[in-house]
Design a protein around this ligand. Structure first.
Ligand SMILES: [Zn+2]
Ligand SMILES: [Zn+2]
Ligand SMILES: [Zn+2]
Length: 149
């Protein structure tokens, strides 16, 4: 049982190190910790959420780490209208282009924001001479966890 648990932790660590090197990011203990927390959360996290989850890391370090992750396209940003930007880990084949943009869902009860990686956002033809750089497609409502309660 214990050995099984150790193996799981080992697998998680390997996965995290691979994700960092895939995006050309040098692994440091803080970066590993932040990424691990984001993966384990299973939903998008704000800087405040991470600060709460990581008592040993201060806010400016979290901010710097997220900025680096974002620059290297390891994470993407979501403006869910809650007032604080949220960050979620990108899938390995994501290049954060408009084509890879997916639908997000904001739960009005638990205030969690989910990535629906499999649902790409609809293509919309904008009026002439308007050029899109990014798009936010956020649905709001009640998530699976909250509606089962
Ligand atoms: Zn991405
Ligand atoms: Zn919810
Ligand atoms: Zn997402």
């Amino acid at each position: 049982m214990e050995a099984e648990l150790k193996n799981k932790e080992f697998d998680e660590e390997t996965k995290i190190l691979n994700k960092l090197s895939h995006r050309d990011i040098k692994a440091t203990s803080t970066r590993v910790l932040v990424l691990k927390t984001m993966i384990r959360a299973g939903c998008a996290l704000s800087i405040g959420d991470l600060e709460e989850a990581l008592e040993t890391v201060d806010k400016s370090t979290i901010f710097r780490t997220l900025t680096l992750f974002h620059e290297h396209r390891l994470v993407h940003c979501i403006d869910d209208g809650s007032g604080s930007l949220k960050y979620a880990v990108c899938q390995d084949d994501c290049d954060c282009s408009l084509e890879k943009e997916h639908v997000h869902f904001y739960c009005e009860r638990c205030h969690k924001t989910y990535c629906f990686e499999g649902l790409s956002i609809p293509r919309i033809i904008l009026p002439k001479n308007f050029k899109t750089n990014e798009a936010n497609f956020v649905f709001k409502g009640v998530c699976k966890n909250c509606s089962e309660r």
